[in-house]
Write a protein that binds this ligand. Structure first.
Ligand code: R5P
Length: 291
């Protein structure tokens, strides 16, 4: 099997020394259409790696072209590692007539020949989507952030807090590893860019906090959560998140308000991306017996 890096995964080139990565040929024509060629003889089983932040449509089309071409050339067991899987938020029709993008995208991948997807903390808030003929596994990173907070282990001055009730599960997972308490914040989303935070489920006065979430997008959630925690008397606040999109210069904003440290995975490369997902994903592939 080849391990093939697509454009959203090029930054993983050095991610595991023991692995040889393969690349495909791509270019864009003057009218922005994609040209793609597989420059080696495909094997029956192939692994494709693609992360899909910021330009999800481009990354999706590239993955679809590559998968379909591999399938046409004889690969019949395609596994896609998609550390950041885009289009997962729209998992139902909130308003009549809306496209259920999560399902459409997964079905496109399945129809292009992908049999299995391993992703990370995808926004599957209504559970793992069921798509016939496609196996999906969602790896949770929360326990792996332990290595960055080891000195806080069993320290009752520290709490892991999810900035909304969905992130409570992540806070519990990290707290269990560190043997500390967990809690969450009641949050209401007002718009794509605005959130309202209400109250914290735990007593945070004089405590240091590790805020843990799946995604930092505009940073609104983390910034509002930080303000509430400080208002309630919290001491230092650290942030861990699986995916750091950091739109609208939000990483700088997060640091400028006084957050001590921000750690994300390298599903999306940035100044904060310190947790290497590739060894974890290959370890998971072995556990799942997919390779
Ligand atoms: C929401 O359900 C997610 O878990 C994140 O809290 C959210 O996507 C973060 O977005 P933003 O950084 O724009 O507040």
């Amino acid at each position: 099997m080849h391990v093939i890096l697509l454009s959203g995964a090029k930054h993983f080139k050095e991610a595991i020394k023991e692995l040889e990565f393969f690349e495909i040929e791509t270019k864009y024509f003057p009218d922005n259409e994609l040209y793609l060629r597989i420059p080696f003889n495909p094997l029956k089983k192939e692994i494709l790696i693609q992360s899909m932040p910021l330009e999800p449509d481009k990354k999706l089309i590239e993955l679809i072209f590559a998968s379909k071409t591999l399938k046409d050339l004889g690969s019949d067991e395609l596994i896609a590692l998609i550390p950041y899987l885009a289009y997962t938020r729209q998992d139902r029709r909130f308003k009549e007539g809306e496209a259920i993008s999560q399902l459409i995208v997964l079905e496109m991948m399945r129809d292009a020949g992908i049999k299995k997807i391993l992703t990370i903390d995808a926004h599957f808030h209504s559970g793992i989507p069921r798509v016939e003929g496609l196996e999906i596994h969602n790896l949770k990173l929360a326990p792996y952030f332990k290595e960055f907070f080891k000195e806080f282990e069993e320290n009752e001055d520290f709490l892991a807090i999810g900035p909304d009730d969905d992130a409570y599960e992540l806070a519990i997972l990290l707290a269990k590893e560190l043997k500390i308490e967990a809690g969450y914040i009641e949050k209401k989303r007002i718009s794509d860019k605005e959130v309202e935070v209400k109250k914290v489920s735990a007593e945070v006065e004089n405590k240091n906090i590790i805020l843990i979430d799946d995604i930092i997008s505009t940073g609104g959630t983390i910034i509002e959560a930080y303000k509430l925690l400080k208002k309630e008397g919290a001491k230092d606040v650290y942030v861990a998140a699986s995916h750091g999109l950091f739109l609208q210069d939000s990483l700088n904003k997060i640091f400028s308000i006084g957050i001590k440290e921000v750690i994300t995975s390298n599903s999306i490369p940035s100044k904060a991306s310190k947790l290497n997902v590739i060894p974890l994903m290959f370890n998971e592939l072995n556990k799942l017996k997919w390779i």
